[in-house]
Design a protein around this ligand. Structure first.
Ligand code: PLP
Length: 400
């Protein structure tokens, strides 16, 4: 131990966090995390919970329904959807869109549910016609719910919820429409009531700019009635048990006060900026990354995983690389020497690509810095790349 060993971990400046979750946390949110705990009878606790409920409902654009928070990550919120909406041994339809749709399907199977899948076609969004066909192939209405991942964070693909909802309704099948908005809320347009989504499922650490630790589901009357009618055994995740005016009941125990204080600030930041402006900023930043990838791709080695340009996510971009590329070495170089952290590819894409997050508390200057540092890492690793930085800079200057 020397005089300064406790400072060794400090890096000069800020490391850019271009992961699609967790995402950077704004200073105001960090400060909100630092409060002392309150006794559970303190009215400020109830006030914070009420503000989070109202803020989340405004962001989800749902007027009528209820929101339920859990101390968990996105997988916990997935579990809440499964346990509340699908009877033991019941069936869900999970349209394939990548590693996250498959993860939700596997979790439902592990919990004793049957899963039907529509095929995952690499690089493509969910095909609404395939969803409608799967529902028409179920004349006995065994399928209790359709679990749709809005933005699949592994593929970097955002599926068209309006088209999927329309296809579901046209099929005449009564299955519940459940949307995972973990990665899309705050980055892509989403309006729960207008889309006819019966349950939305989300978490705190992506577009909501908070630490991981709070998951949530929002329900309309139809989804809540399905939960009430569902005899599947459950306790912690049971939204019927949690529907209460008492905060201790709402959280099935002690509420996570600091995380809720942070969430409340995060909702306030989004409202202060304005949701249309937040969404426009995400489109702008995604445009910079897409321009950079198009520039890199000119040398013939890199490319977009998402094949339909209009379905490329505003939250995260998945970039393909030649077989044999050492992605972990690329990430380590960028993280440890250039101070930009980005993600590898997941599941069947592992080793075939990497992902740049452009989600949450991000701005053009930091995004260009990240693009430049990632391009430097690609060049240092000997990968042939075109002028991605130049493309991104010109795109920003053009105001697109
Ligand atoms: C991150 C993510 C999840 C899982 O969230 P965890 O907090 O990691 O459990 C689920 N769905 C989508 C779309 C995600 O991006």
């Amino acid at each position: 131990m020397n005089e300064t060993s406790h400072l060794d971990a400090r890096i000069p400046g800020r490391r850019l966090l271009q992961s699609p979750g967790p995402t950077p946390i704004p200073d105001a949110v960090l400060h909100a995390l630092m409060g002392q705990p309150m006794d559970m009878g303190d009215p400020r606790v109830d006030e914070t919970i009420a503000a989070c409920e109202a803020g989340l409902k405004r962001l989800l654009q749902t007027a009528a329904g209820d929101v339920f928070f859990f101390i968990c990550n996105g997988h916990g919120a997935w579990e809440a959807a499964i346990e509340n909406l699908v009877p033991a041994g019941g069936t869900v339809l999970v349209p394939g869109t990548g590693h996250f749709s498959e993860g939700w399907a596997v979790q439902a199977e592990a919990l004793g549910r049957r899963v039907r899948r529509t095929p995952w076609v690499e690089g493509q969004a969910i095909d609404p016609a395939a969803v409608a066909q799967a529902l028409r192939d179920d004349p006995g209405h065994d399928i209790a719910a359709v679990f749709v991942v809005h933005t699949d964070t592994s593929s970097g693909i955002t599926s068209d919820l309006a088209a999927i909802g329309a296809a579901m309704r046209a099929s005449g099948h009564p299955a519940l429409f459940v949307a995972d908005v973990v990665a899309s809320l705050g980055a892509e347009p989403f309006a729960m009531d207008a889309l006819g989504v019966d349950m939305a499922v989300g978490a705190s650490q992506k577009g909501l700019m908070c630490p991981p630790g709070v998951g949530f589901v929002a329900t309309n009357a139809r989804a809540f009635a399905a939960a009430q009618a569902n005899p599947a055994p459950r306790f912690y995740w049971d939204i019927v048990r949690r529907k209460s005016e008492l905060s201790y009941m709402k959280f099935c125990g002690t509420p996570p006060q600091n995380l809720l204080a942070a969430l409340r600030v995060a909702f306030g930041l989004i409202e202060n900026e304005g949701l249309p402006q937040v969404l426009a900023r995400h489109r702008q930043l995604a445009g910079l990354v897409h321009a950079a990838v198009a520039g890199w791709a000119e040398a013939g080695a890199l490319g977009f995983f998402a094949q339909q340009p209009e379905r490329r996510s505003n939250a995260v971009t998945t970039i393909t690389v030649p077989a044999g590329t050492d992605i972990n070495a690329l990430r380590a170089l960028a993280r440890e020497h250039y101070q930009v952290a980005f993600a590898g590819a997941l599941g069947p894409l592992q080793g075939r690509g990497f992902r740049i997050g452009h989600l949450g508390d991000q701005n053009p200057a930091a995004m260009l810095g990240a693009i430049g540092a990632i391009e430097a890492a690609l060049r240092a690793q000997g990968l042939p790349v075109g002028d991605g930085v130049g493309h991104a800079v010109r795109r920003l200057a053009a105001g697109a």
